[in-house]
Write a protein that binds this ligand. Structure first.
Ligand SMILES: Cc1cc2nc3c(=O)[nH]c(=O)nc-3n(C[C@H](O)[C@H](O)[C@H](O)COP(=O)(O)OP(=O)(O)OC[C@H]3O[C@@H](n4cnc5c(N)ncnc54)[C@H](O)[C@@H]3O)c2cc1C
Length: 508
């Protein structure tokens, strides 16, 4: 594919070969000619690699791709270095094509491959997948890569575009909150939106492969809005929910404290009724709260006279948030929160006074489902990266995939990704037909299985990538990202807290 720009000249390979000196340095990458004379002082890999006899004045396509991701060529500063093309030749390599399926084997779940059949997905699901992929590629992908690095929260422009397509509402799954909304330009009717649509949405979101940014859009809502939807009063929902679903306001779930994580009932934040009985007065702290730094609403677990009560708190006097540094990007807005005599109307209570544990436990199924979707999809992304790498990388004169031990690792990774996806699809089908209560045991088992598979796959991938598996840029970028924290903390392609909470849920 070649889009010839009018200012680019055409050269022969012999002409390029004449420019092979330190003060006159050209190279060819994929039939494009680059003048690196000025770059040489700034090349991150040093000067000597550019002056290599197989690089200077030569076709350096292979050398380039053994060390860089294709995105390097798409950067504005790299594009400026291109001075021409090779006469009579066309570029064959291209980067991401918006909305396209990957051509790498096993990079997509098999229901998307033309030669496979599926009992679960309708034509509508297929159209939905195409539209969601294009949306995420066009609207989220590039910003995600930049902000994961910079630590900025996702932009309001992205939240607005998501709201226009009703992505926020759809990410909460099927239900009454979708009524009257036009979903992704009307591709699916609200009453026909099912758990397979949600599975597709969650898995397509996972493909951006940026854990902090991914939680930034807006994991807090995924776990914070359901208690409001299921247990809030009609007045509270009417006042608060529309702005949340339209991406104008943000909500988070604030349960954990420095003293109480797994042991939820051990929390120390108190809510005491005011003398007139009209307000709760809240005092205490919360720790590791996703999206807390920018949230407007906080679904807070409190100790009350009757036990444990969940209360919706609006940002205001006495409530302060500050960021906590974690292993993933600050883009997620992970916060430490303090409450000092925060006054909240009693009408903001979610569920029964003293019935908070029921409100929390009822959240778990859906959380687990989200985690299972993202774990299965992230494993597949790792498989894709590994398959590309073992074909590209040569060691001892052979591509890596020529080594039996590498092929064995790949086979194991593929099997794990497949097992998670197929079990997930089966459970999703049951969810479309079972009651919420019936779903819990299967989901807990799948979540445990998926996260363990993810750890094994991350470990194998780091080995397949060697030093690049722990390098934040270049070919191993996504592998490093999905395995950060090894070995003291197992690699978690999932929000950490929910993974950890799963061990508690299994017991429960
Ligand atoms: C990045 C991040 C984001 C988070 N986001 C949120 C959020 O949005 N909202 C929120 O409320 N919380 C959030 N959390 C907190 C998260 O829910 C807690 O970290 C989690 O519940 C575990 O609590 P803990 O960290 O206090 O670990 P602890 O409870 O101290 O546990 C320490 C270890 O002991 C193990 N353990 C504990 N009890 C038992 C037992 N009975 N049997 C066997 N093993 C046990 C645990 O599995 C764990 O491995 C987040 C955490 C992180 C790191």
């Amino acid at each position: 594919m070649s889009l010839q720009s009018p200012h680019l000249k055409e050269f022969t390979r012999d002409e390029v070969a004449e420019h092979c000196r330190i003060d006159d340095l050209w190279i060819i990458i994929d039939a494009k000619v680059y003048d690196l004379t000025k770059l040489k002082a700034f090349h991150p890999g040093g000067l000597s690699v550019l002056l290599d006899e197989d690089v200077a004045g030569c076709d350096a396509t292979e050398a380039f791709y053994s060390l860089h991701r294709h995105e390097v060529l798409e950067k504005t500063q790299t594009k400026k270095l291109q001075i021409g093309t090779i006469r009579g030749e066309t570029s064959k390599l291209h980067g991401r094509i918006s909305g396209a399926l990957s051509l790498v084997p096993y990079a997509e779940p098999n229901w998307l491959a033309p030669e496979y059949h599926s009992a679960y997905y309708s034509e509508n699901h297929r159209q939905f997948q195409k539209a969601v992929r294009r949306f995420i590629d066009d609207v989220l992908y590039d910003e995600a890569q930049v902000r994961e690095e910079s630590g900025e929260r996702p932009s309001q422009a992205v939240f607005d575009k998501m709201a226009e397509a009703n992505m926020h509402a759809m990410r909460l799954g099927p239900g009454k909150h979708l009524a009257g909304r036009k979903l992704l330009n009307g591709i699916v009717k609200p009453e026909e939106f099912d758990y397979f649509h949600e599975l597709i949405l969650m898995q397509e979101f996972s493909r951006i492969s940026t854990r902090g940014y991914g939680d930034g859009v807006v994991a807090g809502m995924l776990i914070g809005a359901p208690p409001l939807i299921n247990f809030g009063s009609a007045e509270l929902k009417a006042r608060i929910l529309p702005d949340i679903l339209d991406g104008k306001k943000f909500i988070c779930l604030a349960i954990t404290e420095a003293h109480a994580g797994s042991d939820v009932m051990g929390l120390k934040t108190t809510a005491v009724k005011s003398d007139d009985g009209e307000h709760w007065i809240i005092n205490g702290t919360k720790k590791w709260i996703t999206n807390g730094t920018f949230a407007d609403y906080f679904v807070v677990g409190c100790k009350t006279e009757d036990g444990f009560t969940v209360i919706l708190v609006e940002r205001g006097d006495g409530l302060n948030t500050r960021p906590i540094k974690t292993t993933y990007s600050a883009s997620a807005g992970t916060a430490y929160i303090t409450f000092e005599d925060v006054q909240v109307p009693v009408g903001n209570t979610l569920g029964e006074e003293g019935g908070g544990i029921f409100v929390m436990l009822s959240n778990f199924n859906h959380e687990r489902f989200i985690m299972c979707c993202s774990s299965a999809r992230t494993q597949r992304l790792v498989v894709e990266e590994c398959l590309k790498w073992v074909t590209q990388r040569e060691a001892f004169g052979k591509p890596l995939h020529a080594q039996a031990v590498i092929r064995s690792k790949l086979a194991a990774m593929i099997s794990r990704a497949e097992s998670c996806q197929h079990w997930l699809e089966n459970i999703t089908y049951q969810m479309c037909n079972m009651s919420y209560k019936q779903q819990s045991r299967q989901l807990a088992l799948l979540k445990s299985h998926s996260t363990r598979c993810a750890q094994d796959t991350a470990r194998d991938a780091v080995q397949v990538f060697g030093g690049r598996g722990v390098t934040k840029t270049g070919m191993g970028k996504f592998i490093e990202h999905d395995s950060s924290g090894l070995p003291s903390l197992p690699p978690l392609p999932l929000p950490f807290h929910l993974y950890k909470r799963s061990s508690l849920c299994l017991v429960l």
